[in-house]
Unconditional design. Structure first.
Length: 260
């Protein structure tokens, strides 16, 4: 098997393993729009990385985390609804990123960052993906019960003495980290779908939060393997192929449940 296929498969599976459980929190807390906002802001991080001549993965992580912090602060101002703030941040960061890219002299394949180019993942990028995925998964495991408490019943979690604001911020920062390291795999415009569709698929069969998290990881891994296979044999874009396979799994899960 070619080395670039192995790197692509390893990178995709590592991302799927952490995107599944993280996506469960996104589904439970109805934060899909926040994921989109982070994905759009990743392009701004890319532009800053090129302009300042720093590591682009690091620049994207910093921008995404800064946006998450900014959202938490702005949410305290009740004059605007959260979805309105997210809409402003998403489109403003995307537009600003595109404008800043026009000032760079570096020629980049913008489509690869928008829709992913998993087959071109280098060894250095694979290390970034491994480090980010392992870090995010470790934090999720350590804080699982507390994050689960604020996701399923926030008021009860507050009564029990949990710091809801800090835990929400932690969850947002984990999402920012995963979005940043996965940009190369499915692209900034498709990453949210990889964190939403597998959990939605697993939800049809799970009877506990832990089962849903495990099922989401498995569904994500199947989507990654199927998408890479389809991309190799059908010569289709890898990132969108992964999302299409994930969507087909979701449709299949609904058909199975209806006929069961």
């Amino acid at each position: 098997m070619a080395d670039f296929i192995v790197r692509a498969l390893v990178a995709g599976l590592m991302l799927a393993l952490v995107a599944g459980p993280l996506g469960c929190f996104i589904v439970w807390r109805r934060m899909a729009y926040f994921g989109d906002t982070l994905a759009h802001s990743a392009l701004l991080g890319l532009a800053l990385g090129l302009l300042l001549d720093i590591n682009m993965q690091l620049a994207v992580i910093v921008v995404c985390c800064t946006l998450a912090l900014g959202l938490v602060l702005m949410e305290k101002n009740k004059s605007l609804a959260t979805d309105t703030l997210l809409g402003i941040l998403a489109h403003s960061s995307l537009a600003l990123g595109l404008v800043m890219l026009s000032f760079t002299n570096v020629q980049i394949d913008l489509m690869a960052y928008l829709f992913g180019d998993l087959l071109t993942v280098s060894t250095a990028e694979l290390i970034w993906i491994a480090a980010g995925s392992c870090s995010a998964l470790t934090i999720l495991v350590l804080f699982w019960n507390r994050l689960l408490a604020i996701s399923l019943h926030q008021e009860l979690a507050q009564v029990e003495g949990l710091d809801v604001t800090r835990l929400r911020l932690l969850l947002m920062l984990i999402m920012a980290l995963v979005v940043a390291v996965s940009m190369k795999i499915v692209g900034v415009l498709l990453i949210t779908s990889l964190m939403i569709i597998p959990p939605a698929t697993a939800r049809r069969f799970a009877t506990s939060p832990e089962q849903m998290a495990l099922g989401a990881s498995i569904a994500g891994c199947v989507a990654v393997a199927g998408g890479i296979t389809a991309s190799w044999f059908l010569d289709t874009p890898t990132g969108p192929s992964i999302v299409v396979v994930s969507a087909l799994l979701f449709i299949f899960s609904n058909l199975v449940r209806r006929t069961a």
